[in-house]
Design a protein around this ligand. Structure first.
Ligand code: CP
Ligand code: NVA
Length: 311
């Protein structure tokens, strides 16, 4: 991406493994720098403005992008879909062209993936996908950073997903293909990964395995990952809860994974639904490191979009 136009960050599948690795390395370097308590050596995004368009709620994505931008020397504008003319029917294309005249990059959270792609098509500045119904690429950059901090380099390793095969899982599939790790997915057949996504993974030669048995999925896995049962835009009905309850991550499931496997969850979490309190608040859980890493990951992503930090 970015070879013939703005450097959009829309999906992990658009990048090579080497490009993702470079972004992850930049994120880790900026994290080390911040940890040492040194003031930023330089403010590579000084004078840059990021418009953050939220058509849906957010805590982590919103705050991490805002703080990342500030720490890199730039500024942000927080815009909510309903307060924009977008909410009154102005097209995404026109919105993209107008925002591009004012700001240097646009981050958007919107459920309709095609609208996010349309925004990117018309924008003349970089666009960042901050979650659609289809994918959540920024989250998985933070997740990879977290896995690697706790368990070492991810290539060749095994990650298990148990639960709804949603947008977060889709970005894990993209990452598995690009960063060369095995991903075992356990989901109920009714809520399994989209066939086109699995076909893509197969075509890429990715080691992505699908099962309906969470115990089979976690066998040998060094990370057990799940997400909420009801994502933004889903119906919160009994049927969904019944389908997903066998996929709950609990102590018994964690015990079937590799010794010292980490538990990961993008948050927000629902204790005693997709994960027991015992697991998410227990010693194997790294969910708050994962949340913190959103900040460091966003910095790498922003640096890439702006061609800063040697990216
Ligand atoms: N994980 C995540 O994207 O959280 P928010 O919805 O709070 O941004
Ligand atoms: N799968 C969840 C992730 C929230 C960060 C959702 O789409 O609502």
């Amino acid at each position: 991406p970015g070879r013939h136009g703005p450097r959009h960050f829309l999906d992990l599948k658009d990048f090579s493994g080497a490009q993702l690795r470079a972004v992850l390395d930049a994120s880790a370097a900026m994290k080390r720098h911040r940890r040492r308590g040194e003031p930023p050596a330089e403010r590579p995004l000084a004078g840059k403005n990021l418009a953050m368009v939220f058509d849906r709620p957010s805590t982590r994505t919103r705050v991490s992008f805002d703080v990342a931008m500030r720490e890199l020397g730039g500024e942000t504008l927080m815009l909510t879909g309903s307060e924009m003319q977008l909410g009154r029917g102005e097209t995404v294309g026109d919105t993209a062209r107008v925002l591009s005249r004012f700001v240097d990059a646009i981050m958007i959270r919107i459920l309709d993936h095609d609208l996010m792609l349309e925004l990117a098509e018309y924008a003349t500045v970089p666009v960042i996908n901050a979650l659609t119904k289809v994918s959540h690429p920024c989250q998985i950059m933070a997740d990879i950073l977290t896995f690697e901090e706790h368990r070492g380099p991810i290539p060749g390793r095994t990650v298990a997903w148990s639960g709804d095969a949603n947008n977060v899982l889709a970005s894990w599939v993209h990452a598995a293909a690009r960063l060369d790790f095995t991903l075992n997915i356990a989901a109920p057949p009714e809520l399994s990964a989209p066939p086109a996504l699995l076909a893509w993974a197969k075509e890429q030669g990715a080691r992505v395995n699908v099962t309906t048995d969470p115990f089979a999925a976690v066998d040998g896995a060094e990370a057990v990952v799940t997400d909420c049962w009801v994502s933004m835009g889903d119906d919160d009905d009994h049927h969904r809860h019944n389908l997903l309850s066998p996929y709950q991550v609990n102590a018994k499931l964690m015990a079937a994974a590799a010794k010292d496997a980490v538990f990961m969850h993008c948050l927000p979490a629902h204790r005693d639904e997709e994960v027991t309190a015992e697991v998410i608040d227990g010693p194997q859980s790294v969910v708050f490191d994962e949340a913190e890493n959103r900040l460091h990951a966003q910095k790498g992503i922003l640096a890439w979009c702006f061609g800063a930090n040697g990216l």
